[in-house]
Ligand binder design. Sequence first.
Ligand code: ADP
Length: 257
Amino acid sequence: GWQLTISIFLVLALVGTFFYLLTTIKKQNQLAMLRKSFVNNMTHELKTPVSTVMAAVESIQRFGAKDDKERMNRYLNISKHELEHLSSMIERVLQVDIAETNGVSLNKTSFELATLIDECVENTRLFAKKTISITFQNDSKNSLIQADHAHLKNVLTNLFDNAVKYSSDEVKIDVHLKEQDDQYILQIRDNGNGIPKAYQKSVFDLFFRVPSGDIHDVKGFGLGLAYVKQIVNQHGGHIELDSELSVGSNFVISLPK
Ligand code: ADP
């Protein structure tokens, strides 16, 4: 009778709620664990430059390196290098906050997207520590956009850095910009390691890194793509990934004009 129907319904609802809670707790635990390992790694990474700079400063004080110009310069160069590293890590911690919470308040100005891409392509070419061939094909007639210049620059830098990081020693990156209706479509294609299908959605999650065993031991915190997605979405755009293991990855960003 109806009592049985209600009982079955209640039991199903209870079981459903139970499993829902279980997965929620599991997810929360996973995130807490990832966060913890992030904090541990970051603390470790932050300590190294600090103690290096400390040692350099102490040496200058103790050994009177002030009078030894060459030695002094060496210590100052080391310190500068380490401080730059420190500053880029602090920048990343700020990116976690942006990716995790409601994002950032955008400071939009009007500029040519193609010019920004050119600049980032040039920087990648200059600073990549691998043999690199990077091309930019611009098929847009004009690429004027209303966007946050600094954050879009970070977005591109993150994607280019990844393309270089997750590649063999000979990197090939093809960048392509075109217009489609009221959107700009930007493709960044590399010939790197690629990402297995099973992980292609997760790479945009905060702290997620593709488990790679010990094939390619690349340092990172799993922040970049979460930040990239957050910023692209905040501009009313989308980011998609198409990738094949050992062939390469293609990140496609669409941004409203
Ligand atoms: P991180 O590089 O610090 O680990 P990201 O959020 O930028 O963090 O990337 C998340 C993961 O996605 C990386 O750990 C890597 O496994 C994978 N990945 C990102 N970009 C690429 C790429 N171009 N080619 C291959 N794998 C990539």
